[in-house]
Write a protein that binds this ligand. Structure first.
Ligand code: FES
Length: 266
């Protein structure tokens, strides 16, 4: 986060500020980071190729099973035309979760809408109108959270699959490869991002005035404290998980397209 300014900006005038620090670096870096991820994920989602390794056309598994998080859970139906990417059935959920996230809202309001570009910097409109009209969809964040929690379970199952190796004679062995580690780290960071959610913190205990006055108050207090610890680093988990989910998809793409071999560690 940019350092504090020493002077208060005038109330109007786009970009007008008394700040002398490099306040524009934060919004610019955010725009570049989110923009690059948006372009990459859109290309991958639309292309709909090379997103799974070890899954044959008849459903037979060879080696270990690596599935890109962009395409998890694996949804392939006979009615789907060849041009239709299964990512379209999936990405609305994690995409909606991030789009309505309290941290990302601040980040993209500043970097893309410049409204305001930063603290104490003049914005395009004199009057703040709040999140009204179309932006009311931001209120859906709680519901996207419920879906995101289900996704964490599904992605964890993918990591387990990535650690099961099928040999030529059909036996199954537990093992680890670079791919299983990549998917494991990706799911861990996504879980940290999800479990540090402001809505989850509110849900598990933030909305209570008195823990000892409700059923399971002790347990809720412990969970709330745990979520609160993670919540302090929500921005960090947001960025690390965003980078890692893109990297995990790219790694699976490299393996599934035959460009590299997934190195088995044991
Ligand atoms: S506030 Fe960021 S994921 Fe919920």
């Amino acid at each position: 986060m940019a350092s504090q300014s020493t002077t208060t900006a005038p109330r109007s005038g786009f970009g007008v500020t008394g700040r002398t620090d490099n306040w524009w670096i934060g919004p610019l870096a955010t725009a570049l980071g989110l923009g690059a991820f948006g372009v990459y994920s859109t290309i991958r989602a639309v292309s709909g190729v090379d997103y799974v390794h070890g899954f044959g056309i008849e459903g037979d598994v060879v080696g270990n099973y690596l599935l890109s998080p962009f395409f998890s859970p694996l949804l392939i139906f006979p009615w789907m035309p060849t041009w239709f990417s299964p990512a379209f059935l999936i990405l609305w959920a994690p995409g909606g979760f991030r789009l309505t996230c309290y941290y990302y809202r601040k980040a993209y309001y500043r970097s893309f809408f410049l409204d305001p570009p930063a603290c104490a910097v003049g914005e395009p409109r004199d009057q703040y109108k709040g999140e009204t009209r179309l932006f009311l969809f931001q209120n859906l964040h709680r519901f996207f959270l419920y879906i995101a929690l289900i996704f964490i379970i599904l992605l964890t199952i993918d990591v387990v699959h990535a650690c099961i190796f099928v040999t030529v004679d059909g036996t199954r062995q537990f093992g680890l490869s670079v791919g299983s580690l990549v998917l494991g780290l990706c799911t861990t960071l996504l879980a940290l991002y999800t479990f540090s959610c402001h809505s989850l913190r509110h849900l598990v205990g933030g909305k209570l005035d008195c823990f000892s006055c409700v059923a399971m108050g002790d347990a809720r207090h412990k969970v709330w404290k745990g979520v609160s610890v993670l919540n302090k680093r929500h921005m960090l988990w947001a960025w690390l998980s965003l980078f890692m989910v893109g990297f995990a998809d790219y790694y699976v793409f490299l393996v599934a397209s035959g460009r590299i071999e997934d190195l088995r560690i044991f």
